[in-house]
Design a protein around this ligand. Structure first.
Ligand code: PFF
Length: 455
């Protein structure tokens, strides 16, 4: 009995499809709906997409493969992974520690936006936010975010909801949920996309999204594109290390990462196609950030026939996307506490949830009580967003590349990515190793220094 307990299998993903669903669930999130379309439209359309794609291929994807590989080899959380793979030098686990910090900072603002999305499903269903007049939808949104009680309430509701799925476990909670939700997400997105393309402003919307304007691509825009590449693929902070530790040994890691990246890109582009034709048809200005989602969308969609149904569907889509992403971020500290200190998943989740509610409230209240509390000219909400996407994730990714390319070394990488010789993918591994050792660190380093105006 004793031994049976000792070798009790670690909770992990059970099927190949489950691995894809969970990993894609992490990548697809509010980033696709809230960040990608708006940033693309505002920063040069197709020109921005090209820079984003290059950052993804040269930095985001290699880091994703690296993380999944490390996690699967160590079968450990983001911090312990480095201790297991390189026991001689403890300092490498600082990468994991920074990842746990990033997880809290991202969740702090992400759960808040998700809270608004959840609230909007109910508000749209009851009709209270539906109006063709943006002044009305804007006032409704202002009322929600300027109300400290509602803001904190919806954020806590989201934390409890995500926490409840996490407590159920990796296979029965995360895998099962994402496997059910991902197909629904695609279905809703295609429905809204088709509806939007039938509107008279479709050509103008597509033009805004895709027309290349290279004059807009400055150093800061390139950093934004790279930050987006990291944020989109959920890399640079240990999420993919943690998920990799739940991968099966026969999973083809580079192929899985490539498929997830392509599917995620498809969702982003579909989201742009769903949003902008509608925005232009009804004469709105495309704006970035929350206002696009919560002010423009309800105003725009409620003018279409069956618009109320589409507004509800749109926010259900947002809620599904946000849930898969939040599960993966919350799993980072939960896996660490569970594995390192041997506490139950329930206790680990409860501790994470409470700490998160405390940190998160500073973001939730940044439109009300803490509106004037700014650091570096930013509210806490904006600061957490900027710090994670533009600093912590790229820096985390940089050190992961250095660890894999220069410390762990080619031989171990070959063993890990070929599933110990069972896969015939030596050319793919050669390309990956070149990218991770030279191309990715140099790209990340230069973009960071230029974007932050250091060089
Ligand atoms: N990839 C998610 C999105 O695009 O919304 C956000 C995200 C998830 C970031 C997981 C970081 C992370 F670890």
């Amino acid at each position: 009995m004793e031994t049976a307990k000792a070798v009790k299998a670690r909770d992990s993903f059970t099927t190949g499809l489950g691995v894809i669903a969970a990993t894609l669930g992490s990548a697809v999130g509010l980033g696709n709906i809230w960040k990608f379309p708006a940033l693309t439209g505002l920063n040069g359309g197709a020109a921005f997409i090209i820079v984003y794609l290059l950052s993804t291929l040269m930095a985001g994807l290699p880091v994703m493969i690296a993380e999944l590989m490390l996690g699967r080899r160590s079968k450990s959380d983001a911090l312990t992974t480095f201790r297991v793979l390189h026991p001689k030098r403890e300092t490498w686990s600082l990468i994991g520690a920074a990842g746990v910090l990033s997880a809290f900072l991202i969740l702090a603002f992400y759960t808040e936006v998700a809270g608004w999305v959840f609230a909007y499903i109910f508000k749209a269903a009851s009709g209270s936010i539906l109006s063709a007049d943006p002044k009305v939808t804007s006032a409704a949104f202002e009322k929600l975010i300027a109300d400290p009680v509602q803001s904190v309430f919806w954020q806590c509701a989201v934390i409890v909801f995500v926490g409840a799925i996490i407590v159920m476990g990796v296979a029965k909670g995360i895998e099962k949920t994402t496997k059910r939700l991902m197909p629904v997400l695609f279905l809703i997105l295609v429905m809204i996309g088709v509806r939007s393309l039938m509107l008279p402003g479709a050509a103008q919307g597509l033009d805004f999204l895709f027309r290349p304007d290279f004059s807009k691509v400055t150093g800061a825009v390139v950093l934004t594109a790279m930050g987006l590449a990291f944020f989109k693929l959920s890399v640079g902070m240990g999420t993919m290390i943690t998920y990799g530790s739940y991968f099966r040994d026969d999973q083809n890691v580079p192929m899985t990462a490539l498929r997830v990246m392509l599917a995620d890109l498809t969702v982003s582009i579909l989201a742009g196609i769903a949003i902008f034709p509608a925005v232009f048809t009804f004469g709105f200005k495309p704006e970035a950030g929350p206002s696009l989602l919560f002010i423009t969308i309800p105003a725009v969609f409620s003018q279409m026939p069956f618009g109320n149904v589409f507004v509800v569907l749109f926010f259900v889509l947002g809620a599904i996307a946000a849930t898969g992403a939040m599960l993966s971020i919350m799993e980072v500290p939960v896996a660490y506490l569970h594995q390192r200190f041997g506490v139950s998943r329930f206790k680990a989740t409860a501790a994470t949830g409470i700490l998160l509610a405390l940190i998160g409230s500073t973001a939730a209240l940044s439109n009300s009580v803490l509106a004037n509390f700014k650091l570096f000219g930013m509210t806490m909400f904006d600061l957490y967003d900027f710090l994670t996407s533009n600093l912590l994730m790229p820096v985390g990714g940089l050190f992961i590349c250095i660890f894999v390319g220069w410390v762990w070394g080619e031989q171990k990488v070959r063993g890990a990515l070929s599933n110990d010789g069972r896969l015939q993918n030596s050319a793919v591994i050669s390309i990956f190793f070149f990218l991770v050792k030279y191309v990715a660190p140099i790209t990340i380093g230069v973009i960071l220094l230029r974007g932050l105006k250091i060089i």
